[in-house]
Design a protein around this ligand. Structure first.
Ligand code: FPP
Ligand code: MG
Length: 314
């Protein structure tokens, strides 16, 4: 992203500083995942919106850093919950260090992000960003409590995905507008919806890539959702077409070949196409929200960000 590449580079340096702690083990564990890279979608999103609605303020740059810290904190915890061993092509913190250190490093990042958030001295922004942190926990709890639940409905999946993924983009899109000079409230609402639809499209495609992706590109295990019983959009579409799936899911994929069999079943249906169509609907809805922005390079880049969601391979 050429337009903001210098700011993203600064973002990396600042984050390295913000995650320094008195305890070298915590700094090392928190830095482990950051240093492996990642798509940096959240800071890119915040910086591009800032640019599209005016000039980028220091507070918006800090918000971009905060969003990436919150996201990384949630991944540290998520990899413990999912017992994942690889992320971004390297060992997860729970594998490289331990579950205990991964949980503590996640707590530390959440705490640091809250501290820097409070230091923005903007109560409304604090409220919105705190809300998304509690939404992350809500999404994860909903996902955990519906594992292998074959009656799970698409509407409930979308709601869970809002909490787990889209709320972060929606709330930070709105907060970015709040930090700008004299931007009308309606712009905040448009950027909230832009983030919401982008986040939903992103999560649906993530769930598609869990079935169709390549380990080498994704940098994490494929098929993890079948093993943990996470009923994602492609699985829900497939369930209506392949009755055999219910048996496998109800026995919680307990036999060695079950997860592979689920994958084969899903691939034999139209589920992947249906899920991609659903993601595309959200991309279109996201793009419609950009109408309120005046033409600019940043607006074009936001358009590309939305379109890339459905063509991405990782
Ligand atoms: C990745 O999901 C995980 C998330 C998007 C959010 C995880 C949130 C938590 C663990 C709760 C956060 C805790 C607190 C204290 C607020 P995934 O497993 O579908 O994706 P993956 O394949 O990349 O792991
Ligand atoms: Mg996971």
């Amino acid at each position: 992203m050429k337009l903001i590449s210098h700011l993203l580079a600064q973002n990396e340096q600042h984050i390295q500083r913000l995650i320094q702690s008195r305890h070298p083990i915590l700094s090392a564990a928190a830095a482990h995942l950051f240093q492996a890279g990642g798509k940096r979608i959240r800071p890119t999103f915040v910086l591009l919106i800032s640019q599209a609605i005016g000039t980028i303020h220091q507070s918006q740059q800090r918000l971009a850093e905060i969003t990436e810290m919150i996201h990384t904190a949630s991944l540290l915890h998520d990899d413990v919950v999912d017992e994942a061993s690889k992320r971004r092509g390297i060992d997860t913190v729970n594998t490289r260090f331990s579950n205990r250190i991964a949980v503590l490093a996640g707590d530390f990042l959440f705490a640091q992000s809250s501290w820097y958030l409070a230091n923005l001295n903007h109560l409304q922004v604090v409220k919105f960003i705190s809300k998304l942190i509690s939404d992350l926990a809500e999404g994860e709890i909903r996902q955990t409590s519906t594992q292998f639940y074959t009656q799970f409905e698409l509407a409930a999946y979308i709601e869970k995905s809002f909490y787990k993924t889209a709320s972060l983009l929606a709330c930070s899109g709105k907060a970015t507008c709040m930090l700008a000079d004299s931007v009308p409230e309606t712009m905040g609402q448009s950027m909230y919806l832009f983030g919401q639809h982008l986040g939903l499209a992103f999560q649906i495609m993530d769930d598609v890539l869990d079935i169709t992706g390549e380990i080498s590109q994704m940098g994490k295990a494929i098929g993890a959702d079948f093993i943990t019983g996470n009923l994602t959009a492609p699985l829900l579409f497939a369930l209506t077409q392949q009755k055999g799936l219910v048996t496998l899911l109800e026995r919680e994929c307990c036999y060695t070949q079950d997860a592979n069999q689920v994958r084969q079943f899903v691939l034999a249906t139209y589920a992947i196409e249906q899920a991609k169509d659903l993601a595309f609907e959200h991309v279109q809805a996201a793009i419609a929200c950009l109408a309120s922005l005046t033409p600019s390079e940043a607006k074009d880049a936001l358009f590309d960000l939305a379109m890339n969601t459905i063509s991405r391979q990782r």
